[in-house]
Ligand binder design. Structure first.
Ligand code: MRU
Length: 369
């Protein structure tokens, strides 16, 4: 797995100063290349260009970024603000940045020297990292138990969307972490891997992880999902989340909502899998979730194929797929209403049916747990 080869994210003390080192996910699966961030603008650029991505990992990047700013003597409040704002939808990013900022400021208020406060910030970022890995393990346990209950008999054919594994987590991941547990128990017949546009995060990243795990998997274009359901080839859908509103609405990679509609139509369980830190009680409903709009060039070009040519002077440097000047609609996420979600699986247990009450109960379990 990625965590056994090139770690996805780490903080390192180097002779020239501390750095945050990332596995550059824009280069996968062809190359496992590291990107070294020495300051907050570098990390913000890595977040915006998707070199580091996925809700839980964004939380860790935000946390380590603030620790880096503290250790290098930059303005910590400004660093936390820049990181929290780098992408708007995944609530974990702001959560990680603000939590480490809080630890730093508490140490300063307690009268500590800047070096001591910076050490507190780093310790908090490392705690966040460890908690995320532990959350992954608990999520895998809850998710596989729920699948046994909903789809007894094993031999599961699971459809997933985007990438939710070790590449987005301090541990095994969320939805893909559950799939790995099912696979290791010998109960996975096939993983259907979706999200082939705009970013190919299924084809590039989930397939990369599935191959390393030795799973039986197939990549499909997103438009083929309907035919797959109609053929009776899907037993359950498992996806992650970038933000879950208080009413249980779920923002996740664009293309998730149509899968939820298909799953409901075909009577297939649709499970959202995320750490409880992805729940944002301050966002009351799905309409309140800000959905990131990304560059149309992600749609009109194949940005991951730069080396294959085809880029004109007006392009973003990718392989052109549409006429120069073509307009594009490119929301990074969509919002699925709670009525289409069979269950939300978290490290604090399962919300099912998904209601404001069951979501609130999970959050209070996390505060008292
Ligand atoms: O744009 P991305 O790659 O950051 O979007 C990632 C997703 O939508 C994931 O499904 C989500 O963050 C859950 S990751 C466990």
């Amino acid at each position: 797995m990625a965590e056994e080869s090139v770690p996805v994210l780490r903080y390192e003390e180097r002779p020239e100063g501390p750095v945050v080192v990332l596995l550059d996910q824009t280069r996968l699966p062809a190359q496992e290349v590291e990107r070294v961030c020495t300051d907050v603008p570098g990390l913000v650029e890595a977040i915006q260009s998707l070199a580091v991505r996925g809700a839980p990992l964004l939380g860790l990047a935000g946390g380590y970024g603030v620790a880096l700013a503290a250790a290098r003597g930059f303005d910590v409040a400004d660093a936390a603000e820049q990181l929290a704002q780098a992408r708007p939808t995944a609530v974990n990013l702001a959560y990680g940045a603000r939590r480490v900022q809080g630890a730093y400021e508490a140490a300063v208020r307690a009268g500590g020297a800047p070096e001591g406060a910076a050490a507190h910030a780093l310790a908090e970022a490392r705690t966040l990292h460890r908690e995320d890995a532990e959350a992954s393990d608990r999520i895998a346990g809850h998710g596989s138990a729920l699948l046994e209950e909903l789809v007894p008999g094993g031999g599961l054919r699971i459809l997933t969307h985007c990438n939710t594994g070790s590449l987005v987590s301090g541990g095994k991941g969320t939805a893909l972490g559950v799939v790995k547990a099912v696979h290791r128990a010998g109960e996975l017949r096939r993983l259907w891997v979706d999200e082939t546009r705009p970013l190919l995060q299924g084809a590039r990243l989930t397939a990369y992880e599935a191959a390393k795990e030795g799973m039986a998997y197939s990549v499909l274009v997103d438009g083929a999902a309907g035919a797959l359901f109609a053929a009776g080839e899907v037993d359950a859908v498992l996806v992650g989340a970038d933000r879950i509103a208080a009413d249980g609405s779920v923002a996740n990679k664009v293309g998730t909502y149509p899968l939820a509609v298909l799953a409901r139509y075909h009577g297939v369980p649709f499970l959202v899998v995320a750490p409880v830190t992805t729940v944002d009680l301050e966002t009351g409903t799905g309409e309140g979730i800000e959905v990131e709009q990304r560059s149309g060039q992600e749609v009109t070009e194949l940005l991951w194929a730069r080396e294959r040519g085809g880029a004109g002077p007006e392009s973003g440097g990718g392989f052109s797929l549409a006429p120069v000047g073509a307009q594009a609609y490119n929301p990074a996420f969509d919002v699925t209403p709670s009525s289409l979600v069979t269950a939300i699986v978290t490290d604090q247990g399962v919300a099912s049916p998904v209601t404001a009450e069951s979501i609130a109960a999970l959050c209070s379990a996390s505060r008292t747990g």
